[in-house]
Design a protein around this ligand. Structure first.
Ligand SMILES: [Zn+2]
Length: 278
């Protein structure tokens, strides 16, 4: 690819799309800001996602006073046990990160994985995070990189598969009480959930035709699939939700807050006005 770009004489740039994607909120690091500590909480996977998290953080902190000065040291740990030890340490100097930065990142996440049945208006507790990280699918993917720039800036990059599914950033600025925080927003993928189904699955259907819709059971309850193409052995179906690929913005106002009743906690949903009426 590089060779081809030289032959055709055009500039080839490579890197993560995160530094240039939309930000929620749409803010930038003030040029010349004094940044003391920064954190990125990201969906996981070494080699797949750490480069994205790194570039996301770098695009924010390189605007700090003095600009980029190089990295003095880096320390990486892998696995739920080491990550939990860092989480519980309570500060960067004790081997972890500033808990307020972590909270700020989680608050910016749109795709925080629910850790409790029913009510999910809270941030996960340490035990719930540990539970998600040690779940079968996620047990090898949690990774923490801690490093310090030569000018003293402390950085934590936490990849926690199973806890979040997006990229968030928070920074502690000198003289500011609250951290700067945002999400590096990636629009939903446009195409997902197209599947090939053996024709035998449809043998009871007379006059099977492209465009026909069927309701089928899935892990997430009943879904509607649409027949896209009928082959000799395989029928291609589209199982996407009608809103798949669209950007949905929810504008929500919290009108009232009350404690859940014992019955609501047991059922895992709210009763009364706006809730379940059975
Ligand atoms: Zn109920």
């Amino acid at each position: 690819m590089v060779q081809l770009s030289r032959e055709l004489d055009f500039p080839l740039l490579a890197g993560s799309s995160l530094p240039v994607t939309r930000r929620l909120p749409q803010v930038d690091m003030t040029l010349g800001a004094r940044v003391e500590e920064a954190m990125c909480v990201a969906v996981g996977g070494v080699d797949g996602y750490d480069i994205h998290a790194l570039e996301a953080m770098q695009s924010m902190v390189e605007r700090r006073r003095g600009g980029e000065s190089g990295v003095a040291w880096i320390h990486a740990v892998r696995g739920p046990e080491a990550v939990m030890a860092a989480l519980r340490s309570g500060s960067f100097d004790a081997g972890g990160w500033d808990p307020e930065l972590f909270r700020a990142c989680l608050c910016r996440s749109h795709r925080l994985v629910p850790t409790r049945q029913g009510f999910n208006h809270h941030l996960p507790s340490s035990d719930e995070i540990q539970g998600r990280m040690t779940a079968e699918d996620n047990s090898t993917t949690s990774v923490l990189y801690r490093y310090q720039h030569r000018d003293g800036l402390k950085m934590s990059m936490l990849l926690i598969e199973g806890v979040v599914n997006d990229f968030t950033f928070a920074a502690r600025l000198a003289g500011k009480q609250k951290p700067l925080s945002l999400q590096m927003f990636l629009p939903p993928r446009e195409v997902c959930n197209f599947q090939g189904v053996p024709c035998s699955e449809f043998e009871d259907i007379e006059d099977l035709a492209e465009g026909m819709e069927f309701e089928v059971e899935s892990d997430a309850g009943p879904v509607v699939i649409t027949v896209v193409e009928i082959g000799d052995e395989i029928v291609q179906v589209d199982g996407n939700h009608a809103l798949a690929g669209m950007n949905l913005n929810f504008d929500v106002t919290v009108c009232d807050v009350r404690e859940a009743t014992a019955e609501e906690i047991e059922h895992g949903h709210a009763h009364g006005e706006g809730g379940h009426s059975h």
